[in-house]
Design a protein around this ligand. Structure first.
Ligand code: FAD
Length: 350
């Protein structure tokens, strides 16, 4: 196949999607330039379950062994009511004996992707982009400075994207009525080290515990805890520590024990989500990826997996000599890649 020329590509946002795009595009010989509004970029959130599609993309990046070295293999997703009735019981091996999910700390993924972005890095931290000229590939930051033109602008500014609307109106864009409190706790002698465990109070509330392994520089295995609450209850001033702990203990005493050393609510991060489906995910030279392209509650099981997977079709398309790049992108590509990965790597066995 004819090799495309190296493209000068702006990436807006250095979350998981922006990081994965920078790694993949730089590896293909393109020249990514990243704009991140936060002055000191770092991981936000606790831990997550990477699905096989996300693992396939990490495999393509040559990072699968590194993430497997830190993450915790998850073979089963199990949830039951406080009264003991099983509501969810899924095993990856029933889909394919070689498949599994990987519980991973967000800090681990951030630093692994950050170290993998090789070559001359152009990361403009503390630079928020305010406007995109999609047709000419130009960016304007909040100080009014112009950047570009770029061959391609990858918009990866997350669920609350302020730039998405500049590519076109959304089909759906609304805050999710439920959010969550999250934290990391020591794994200790937890009884389910290879499973995502959840507990439900009818269909209204959910607590979850996911083993997420270690991260570079810290060998302690941790678990990611979450407790879903309506957004109206997420205001910390309204949170009574004693009542909160009693609520959790009534649903899941083992999880309440793990939370004993965590200050409540100060030690719990609050997450709010959006439901977003844009009408068009590309316009001119600009393309949306990650939560900017399709935000949903991470409790639906995709969370970081999508932002990790989406840059792949984007990078694959940039490797083609066609001018009409974005139209050729197939969102199904990471899925078929998961099958390829599963059939070629022995690391996936077990
Ligand atoms: C608090 C919180 C906790 C979460 N915890 C989990 C979890 O434990 N497990 C899980 O699976 N999912 C979790 N999620 C969901 C998960 O974070 C997202 O699905 C995933 O991070 C999306 O990745 P992204 O790169 O698309 O966006 P983000 O990770 O949101 O990254 C977007 C980046 O763009 C930057 N940015 C925004 N606007 C601009 C701008 N104008 N100019 C320049 N830069 C900009 C932001 O600072 C940010 O660094 C959580 C979400 C939140 C909000």
């Amino acid at each position: 196949m004819a090799r495309a020329r190296a493209l000068h590509i702006a990436i807006v946002g250095y979350g998981t999607a922006g990081q994965a795009a920078a790694v993949l595009l730089a590896a293909d010989g393109h020249v990514p330039e990243v704009f991140e509004r936060v002055p000191w970029p770092g991981p936000v959130g606790a831990g997550f379950l990477l699905q096989p599609t996300g693992l396939a993309v990490l495999w393509r990046m040559g990072l699968l062994d590194t993430v497997l070295g830190h993450g915790r293999r998850i073979g089963r997703l199990y949830g039951r009511t406080a009264a003991g009735r099983a509501v969810m019981d899924m095993r990856y091996r029933e889909l394919d004996p070689r498949l599994f999910g990987l519980g991973l700390q967000r800090g681990a993924l951030f630093s692994i992707l950050d170290s993998a972005w090789q070559g001359a890095r152009a990361l403009h931290a503390g630079c928020a982009i305010a406007a995109i000229d999609c047709e000419r590939g130009l960016l304007t930051d909040q100080q009014g400075r112009r950047h570009g033109p770029y061959d391609l602008v990858v918009v990866a500014d997350g669920a609350a994207s302020a730039l998405r609307g500049q590519l076109g109106p959304a089909r759906l864009d609304r805050p999710f009525p439920w959010g969550a409190r999250w934290c990391l706790v020591d794994q200790g002698g937890w009884a389910w080290p290879g499973e995502l465990q959840q507990r439900y109070v009818s269909a209204r509330r959910m607590a979850g515990m996911l083993p997420v392994g270690t991260r570079p520089g810290d060998a302690r295995p941790l678990m990611s805890f979450f407790w879903s609450e309506p957004v109206s209850a997420l205001d910390s001033a309204a949170c009574d520590e004693g009542a909160w702990r009693r609520d959790l203990a009534a649903v899941w005493p083992e999880a309440a024990d793990c939370l004993a050393p965590v200050p409540v609510p100060a030690g719990l991060a609050v997450a709010r989500y959006r439901d977003t489906v844009p009408r068009d995910w590309h316009r001119g030279r600009a393309v949306l990826i990650g939560d900017a392209a399709h935000a949903m509650s991470p409790q639906l099981g995709q969370g970081v997996t999508w932002p990790c997977s989406m840059p792949w079709p984007c990078a694959t398309t940039c490797a083609r000599p066609s001018r009409s790049r974005c139209r050729r992108v197939s969102p199904a590509t990471p899925g078929s890649a998961a099958a390829t990965w599963a059939s070629t790597t022995s690391g996936a066995a077990g």
